[in-house]
Write a new protein. Structure first.
Length: 132
């Protein structure tokens, strides 16, 4: 079980790494001006594509976070199987929600329901991978 889990985790990270196309030219440093704290509107979208690299990243990351949360609680903390699955789901879903809320607050970005669906599908696959 442990060996197959590690193989799946390594495989998912290799897929995620290979799908990244980040280069040094994609980043720039900006001087940040201090701002007062204020609530911002969250923008939502449903017009993005169901099949994109972004959805694959959401799917793979959620599957990885679910299995990592499960492994941490089950193998390292000796929690029950059910409790470990709950922790894996909570860990992954909270990251997905936080990321989408952050996207919704940014100026040229928006909260994507389709990204959240990809996260949930990744969580489901992660649970299948750790099921006994």
């Amino acid at each position: 079980m442990k060996n197959s889990f590690l193989i799946v985790v390594v495989f998912l990270w290799i897929l995620l790494f290979l799908s990244q196309t980040a280069s040094a030219g994609n980043f720039e440093l900006k001087k940040i001006q201090p701002e007062k704290f204020q609530l911002q509107k969250i923008t939502f979208t449903v017009s993005d594509s169901w099949f994109s690299r972004d959805k694959a990243h959401h799917f793979l990351t959620s599957a990885f976070l679910t299995t990592a949360g499960y492994y941490y609680s089950r193998e390292l903390n000796n929690f029950s199987n059910f409790k470990s699955q709950q922790l894996g789901i909570s860990f992954s879903l909270s990251f997905g929600l936080i990321k989408e809320i952050r996207d919704g607050i940014q100026k040229n970005n928006s909260f994507s329901w389709k990204d959240l669906v990809a996260d949930i599908l990744g969580i489901a696959v992660g649970l299948v991978l750790v099921s006994d």
